[in-house]
Design a protein around this ligand. Structure first.
Ligand code: GDP
Length: 301
C-alpha cells in the first residue's frame, strides 16, 4: 500500500500516458513502439534501458504473436519487473549473526542520507536490534546535530566528535562504543562532497580501512543514497561514487516526490547495483525494502 501511495505521481503520469497510447494505437506496430519509447524515456527510465526494453518487447510480441495493444500491457509489466530484478535477489542486507554489523552510507548532501539513517535505525529497533549511529560527516555544518536529532527521535545513541575532526577517528570511537554497548548494528554517516573526487575517494578509503582494521570484512554494506527527483543526475552521481568506492546497494529516496520513478529501472539496469531500499516520504516509517514486483504492480494498478 505504501508503495502504491509513494508512486502516485509516477503512476498518474505513466499510466495516463500509457492509456493515451493504447487508445491511439489499437494495433502493435512500429509507430506504437516509437511512442512507447518516448513515454518510457520521459519517465526517466534512461535511453540505454529503454532501447533494450523495446527490443525485448518486440521479440516477445513476435514470439507470442500479439497483434493488439490491449494485450501488450502484461508483457510490458513482466519485462519491467525482469529488468528490475535481474538476478532475482531481494533487498536483503548482509547482516552478521551475533556480531556487530557495520553499514556505511555514502552520497552527496541533500539526497536524504541522514533521514535514511534515521529511518533505518527505526526499522532495526522495531526488529529488536540495538542500534548505534556514527556522525561521520564532520564536514558539513549542522550534519552532526541533524543526526543527533534523528538519534533522539528514534531513541538510539549517536557517537560524535567535534565538527572538522577526522571521520576515521569518529568511526574508530563508534566501533568501540558500539562493542561496549553490545550493539547489533552501527550505521555510519559520511561526508558528501563530490566536488573533489580524489578527496572523496581518499576519505572513504581511510574510513573503510579503519573500520576493516577493527572489524574484519567490515563495512558489511556500503549503501549509496540517491535522490530520485534528480533523475539522470542521480545516475551520474552513482557512476562517480562507484568509481570512488565499492557500493553494495542503493537507497533511492524521494520516490514520492517525482513523476519520474522510472529512474529506478535506469539505475538497476545500467549500474548493476541492487536497489535495496526506497524512500517514499519524510516520516520515520517511509523507508521500504525495494521489491521489483511491488514496484511494477504499484505502477500499473
Ligand atoms: P542529507 O543531506 O543527505 O543528509 O539529506 P537529509 O536527510 O537532510 O534530507 C534532505 C531533505 O529530504 C529533508 O527535508 C528530508 O525530509 C527529505 N527527504 C529525505 N528522504 C525523503 C523521502 O523519501 N521522501 C521525501 N518526500 N522527502 C525526503
Amino acid at each position: 500500500e505504501k508503495f502504491k501511495e509513494g508512486l502516485t505521481k509516477t503512476r498518474d503520469s505513466f499510466v495516463g500516458r500509457m492509456n493515451e497510447l493504447f487508445a491511439k494505437y489499437r494495433t502493435v506496430d512500429e509507430d506504437f513502439f516509437e511512442e512507447l519509447e518516448e513515454v518510457l524515456i520521459s519517465a526517466d527510465v534512461g535511453v540505454t534501458t529503454v532501447l533494450e526494453l523495446i527490443e525485448e518487447l518486440k521479440d516477445e510480441v513476435r514470439l507470442k504473436n500479439v497483434k493488439e495493444t490491449k494485450d501488450i500491457g502484461p508483457i510490458i509489466s513482466e519485462k519491467l519487473a525482469e529488468k528490475l530484478d535481474k538476478t532475482g535477489e531481494d533487498a536483503h542486507l548482509n547482516m552478521q549473526e551475533d556480531a556487530l554489523t557495520i553499514i556505511l552510507f555514502v552520497g552527496v548532501n541533500g539526497v536524504g542520507k541522514t533521514t535514511t539513517i534515521g529511518k533505518l535505525a527505526h526499522r532495526f529497533k522495531e526488529e529488536g536490534k540495538h542500534v548505534v549511529l556514527a556522525a561521520g560527516d564532520t564536514f558539513r555544518a549542522g550534519a552532526i546535530e541533524q543526526l543527533e536529532v534523528w538519534g533522539e527521535r528514534v531513541g538510539v545513541d549517536v557517537v560524535k566528535q567535534t565538527s572538522g575532526s577526522d571521520p576515521a577517528a569518529v568511526m574508530y570511537d563508534a566501533i568501540h562504543s558500539a562493542r561496549a554497548k553490545r550493539a547489533d548494528v552501527l550505521l555510519c554517516d559520511t561526508a558528501g562532497r563530490l566536488q573533489n573526487k580524489v578527496n572523496l575517494m581518499k576519505e572513504l578509503e581511510k574510513v573503510k580501512r579503519v573500520i576493516a582494521r577493527e572489524v574484519p570484512n567490515a563495512p558489511h554494506e556500503v549503501l549509496l543514497v540517491l535522490d530520485a527527483t534528480t533523475g539522470q543526475n542521480a545516475l551520474s552521481q552513482a557512476k562517480t561514487f562507484r568509481e570512488a568506492t565499492d557500493v553494495s546497494g542503493i537507497v533511492l529516496t524521494k520516490l514520492d516526490g517525482t513523476a519520474k520513478g522510472g529512474i529506478v529501472l535506469a539505475i538497476r539496469n545500467e549500474l548493476d547495483i541492487p536497489v535495496k531500499f526506497v524512500g517514499l516520504g519524510e516520516g520515520v516509517e517511509d523507508l521500504k525494502p525495494f521489491d521489483a514486483n511491488q514496484f511494477v504492480y504499484g505502477l500499473f494498478q
